[in-house]
Unconditional design. Structure first.
Length: 453
């Protein structure tokens, strides 16, 4: 018979949201078990935010070396050694995996390695060997990339497979139009790969402010990325010249050594026995929850990418911690309001955005109530670079007579580091006048937000 263990709280999933919730619950004295089949840290640490940002840093430094020549700093072009970078990156990720394990041990969280499945009666089975029981169970199993159902799709790589590449691809097609697609395309091009970005629609980043996607498309095309809009992929095949990506109109993109599928992600909700305990995922596999992270079954909760919350690591962490505050910290009204979630896309150049787009504001408040302020300029960093001009774009979306700011959007150098403070101000209800009354820091790009007219 399997061993049976009793806890106050069981967490399924070793990603950012699950670990954060487990540690917070343990800090209140709860007896906590965490069940993880994969590396600790989940998608973000192992095949997401962390390795992606390290790649982006490398690409950003390579761009900086090229930009330095416009400042009369002459040096040989840097050589990016992909295999060496790969090993250094993996060593750092292994270090983070260890830190997560140490943190769980230090906080008294019991770690069970294996795949967990829900059973009736608030019980969890781990690899058919161990039975855990608790009155509170959290589903935090995250998401995973999907591949298209097309002939030859197995010849391409998803985003997880990209991070397993030990050598640099030279001619790459990235298929997709979301933030993962534009991030991978940008960093690969900056590191010296030849890149084509294949999209079904006329543009990428559907749902983002039009200024951002149009400005980024202009910048990516100017950097040498081949943009292929309105292409319906029919299949992928291997021929004498490498991989060939075939389109429905009869055209093809040939001579590729790598094809990256960046066509979306799905929740990891299969094989958890959810329906057997009365938790029914929706048609796409997401677990429905209310604002307190409750599922329809008392004592079972869900956070992170397995729900329809914004698929961002800080959102999962915040939701997981607030849930633990509510269950074990004596804060019964604690929940996450994600309505003003700041978001950065580590494209080249990066995007920073918080709040409503211009279109969303007009739809919600009416066109007559919305006033928009824009700025487009060449940042001082780029002023001496005549060969590769790049502009920064900024926008403030305001509503009402008091011009309360409901949206802030930016594309350009450094905007990823500007956003956090502005997001605080907007959450506090900042008006355009508050920005106007703030003394500018000169010369910076950030000052444009407080000098717009």
């Amino acid at each position: 018979m399997p061993d049976e263990h009793h806890f106050d709280y069981i967490v399924l999933g070793g990603g950012s949201g699950g670990i954060a919730s487990a540690n917070r619950a343990a800090s209140y004295g709860a007896r906590v078990a965490l069940v993880a089949a994969g590396p600790l840290g989940g998608t973000c640490v192992n095949v997401g935010c962390v390795p992606k940002k390290l790649f982006w840093n490398a690409a950003h430094l390579a761009e900086g070396a090229r930009l330095a020549r416009s400042y009369a700093l002459q040096a040989e072009a840097p050589e990016f050694r992909w295999p060496e970078f790969y090993q250094r990156r993996q060593d750092y990720i292994a270090y983070l995996n260890g830190r997560y394990a140490e943190g769980l041990t230090r906080n008294g969280v019991r770690l069970f390695r294996g795949f967990g499945q829900l059973l009736s009666g608030q019980r969890v089975r781990v690899d058919a060997q161990v039975i855990l029981q608790a009155p509170h169970i959290l589903i935090a199993t995250g998401g995973e990339p999907v591949r298209p159902e097309l002939p030859g799709a197995e010849l391409g790589l998803d985003s997880d497979g990209f991070f397993a590449l030990e050598t640099q691809p030279r001619h790459v097609a990235v298929v997709g139009a979301g933030y993962i697609a534009v991030e991978l395309a940008g960093l690969l091009q900056s590191l010296g790969s030849r890149v084509s970005l294949v999209m079904r629609r006329r543009h990428f980043l559907n749902g983002f402010d039009a200024m951002l996607r149009e400005g980024l498309m202009e910048a990516m095309a100017g950097a040498g990325i081949t943009l292929l809009p309105q292409r319906q992929v029919a299949g992928l095949a291997r021929d004498a010249d490498g991989l060939a990506l075939h389109f429905a109109d009869g055209e093809s993109l040939q001579g590729l050594d790598t094809v990256l599928w960046a066509v979306g992600r799905r929740p990891r909700s299969r094989d958890l026995n959810l329906a057997e305990v009365g938790v029914y995922p929706d048609e796409e596999g997401y677990v429905p929850v209310d604002r307190y992270q409750n599922t329809r079954v008392e004592g079972i909760y869900a956070v992170g990418d397995v729900t329809r919350a914004p698929a961002l690591t800080p959102v999962a962490i915040a939701a997981g911690r607030r849930l633990a505050d509510r269950l074990f910290g004596g804060q019964p009204d604690r929940y996450l309001d994600s309505s003003l979630t700041p978001t950065v896309i580590f494209s080249h150049p990066p995007i920073a955005t918080v709040g409503l787009t211009e279109d969303e504001a007009q739809e919600q408040y009416g066109e007559d109530s919305v006033r928009v302020y824009r700025s487009r300029f060449t940042p001082l960093l780029r002023a001496l670079d005549r060969e590769h001009p790049q502009t920064t774009h900024m926008k403030l979306v305001t509503v009402g007579a008091e011009e309360r700011i409901v949206g802030l959007h930016a594309l350009g150098d450094g905007v990823e580091e500007m956003l956090q403070g502005f997001a605080v101000a907007i959450r506090m209800g900042a008006r355009k006048r508050d920005f106007d009354d703030t003394i500018a820091i000169h010369p910076t790009s950030a000052e444009e937000f407080v000098t717009m007219r």
